[in-house]
Design a protein around this ligand. Structure first.
Ligand SMILES: Cc1ncc(COP(=O)(O)O)c(C=O)c1O
Length: 477
């Protein structure tokens, strides 16, 4: 038998259960060592080498083209992969809004990776489908909506924003699915809204110009008193607002728009109110922080990413609508081989609510964290990260030469050392290159800031004191 024939036979064979058990043991042990080392800061936070170098180190091209892994080679190779992965559990990893996955959710992916339940249609993944239904129902309750609300889980906040805006378009222009759009629709949004909002508007055929910028304050929050002007501007251009988008946890700053005032304005003017709570919605589970989302229930739609603060692996986002029928009206297609109207009761389907056909068992990730930790456990996680970030603000703001944009309202904090924008960029690059700290940077109202997102439970005051010292030392050098 030639090598390639042997490989084909292996790939075509039924599972070798002993192989599965062996590889799973190696993998879980390696991941356990990696997370343990990361959260103890037993290794530097790390920095990516140049891409071509990493491709070589991991022998990716060779492995794709014929070289093989086996039980013996897998362990050292996986250790190498982990060594070149971002250490999300490391206290010095304070860069991005990526969740610090919790154990139950991580195990969900281990299970689903093996049993593969694409569950858009009930009969294709009954348990996983049931979990999504129950989790979405629970999320609508948390938003504060009555019966009649509902939604769907989708692969990420960007797709969730697109799905919501499609539903809003179906209300504003019911014929758009068949006839396209005529250039009279508009979406009102602050300039700092997540880029997926503008991208969605363009993808829906409205053209980027259909996004009407809302006036914002020095922290890029929507100024509710100026909404009337924006509406007039929109109408003067001959456009009708299809939706207004506000942020509950803005991407750059982590600050919250005044949902109550904005929601009331939208109600008064009959405008679809969309709350992009991708980052902030999990704070609904923390009694001390849920006030930040006051007014969220006035939304016609909400998106909620659980791969941000609910500690699930990427990607899981909920698309939630106060009136769930509006979501079904968004997609008007039928696929004869999958959607049988009269079979709906036997095998319920989510296809009429989502972009995806095949979809991962997203609900189980959320379900597992809830079932093991409870709402209160997750709420405590959020409270700890948010409260810690407020204390980090005090530490940083008290140090001469440092300035914070504002008191944080979440686990995102913007600060700078001096005011030179290039210096902020250089500091970030040096801290990363020296594998000391991984932080991000952003622009707010045209000014450059350093930005931290605190997701690892291991990040503490000592981390931030070290960060401040490191910045002073680098700036002095
Ligand atoms: C407010 C907000 N909305 C939407 C998104 C997009 O989410 P995703 O990265 O899951 O597509 C983000 C991501 O950072 C975000 O911060």
């Amino acid at each position: 038998m030639t090598d390639s024939l042997e490989a084909m036979t292996e790939a075509a064979a039924p599972w070798d259960i002993a192989e599965y058990e062996r590889l799973a043991r190696i993998a879980t042990a390696a991941v356990a060592r990696f997370v343990d080392e990361s959260q103890r800061a037993g290794a530097p936070v790390g920095a990516p080498p140049p891409l071509p170098e990493l491709i070589e180190t991991l022998r990716l091209r060779e492995l794709v083209r014929g070289e093989r892994l086996d039980g013996d080679r897998f362990e050292p190779w996986l250790d190498d992969v982990l060594a070149h992965s971002v250490r999300l559990h490391h206290p010095h990893q304070i860069a991005h809004q990526v969740s610090n996955p919790d154990v139950p959710s991580a195990i969900s992916d281990l299970v689903q990776g093996a049993i593969n339940q694409p569950m858009s249609i009930y009969e294709m993944g009954p348990a996983a489908h049931a979990m999504e239904r129950v989790v979405v129902e629970w999320m609508c309750e948390k938003v504060g909506w009555p019966a009649g609300s509902g939604g769907v889980l989708t692969h990420g906040g960007s797709l969730a924003n697109l799905t919501v805006l499609l539903a809003a378009r179906a209300v504003a222009a019911p014929d758009a699915w068949v006839d396209g759009v005529d250039g009279t629709l508009a979406v009102l949004a602050p300039p700092g809204s997540h880029y997926s909002v503008k991208r969605s508007v363009a993808m829906l055929g409205l053209g980027e110009r259909a996004v009407v910028d809302l006036e914002v304050d020095e922290y890029e929050r929507i100024v509710p008193e100026a909404l009337g002007d924006a509406l007039e501007r929109c109408q003067a251009e001959g456009r009708r607002p299809m939706a207004l988008v506000a942020a509950a946890g803005a991407t750059s700053t982590g600050l919250h728009d005044d949902l109550e005032a904005i929601g009331e304005f939208c109600r008064e003017h009959g405008i679809w109110f969309h709350v992009d709570a991708a980052h902030g919605a999990t704070a609904l589970l923390s009694p001390g922080h849920r006030h930040l989302l006051k007014g969220i229930e006035l939304g016609d739609s909400v998106i909620w990413d659980t791969h941000k603060m609910m500690r699930t692996p990427a990607l899981v986002a909920a698309v939630l609508l106060r009136d769930e029928h509006r979501l079904e009206a968004a997609f008007r297609q039928k696929a004869a081989y999958l959607i049988y109207e009269d079979a709906e009761e036997e095998s319920p389907s989510l296809l009429e609510r989502q972009v995806e056909c095949t979809k991962a068992a997203l609900g189980m990730r959320i379900f597992m964290n809830l079932a093991f930790r409870g709402e209160d456990g997750i709420g405590r996680y959020v409270a700890e990260q948010y409260d810690k970030t407020a204390r980090f603000h005090d530490l940083i703001a008290a140090r001469p030469g440092f300035e914070c944009l504002s008191r944080p309202e979440s686990n995102i904090l913007c600060f700078r050392y001096g005011r030179d924008p290039d210096q902020q960029v250089r500091l970030r690059e040096r801290l990363l290159a020296e594998e000391r700290f991984h932080l991000s940077s952003t622009e707010v109202n045209g000014e450059r800031w350093l930005r931290i997102t605190v997701t690892a439970p291991a990040t503490n005051e000592e981390t931030i004191a070290g960060l401040i010292d490191a910045i002073e030392e680098l700036a002095a050098a």
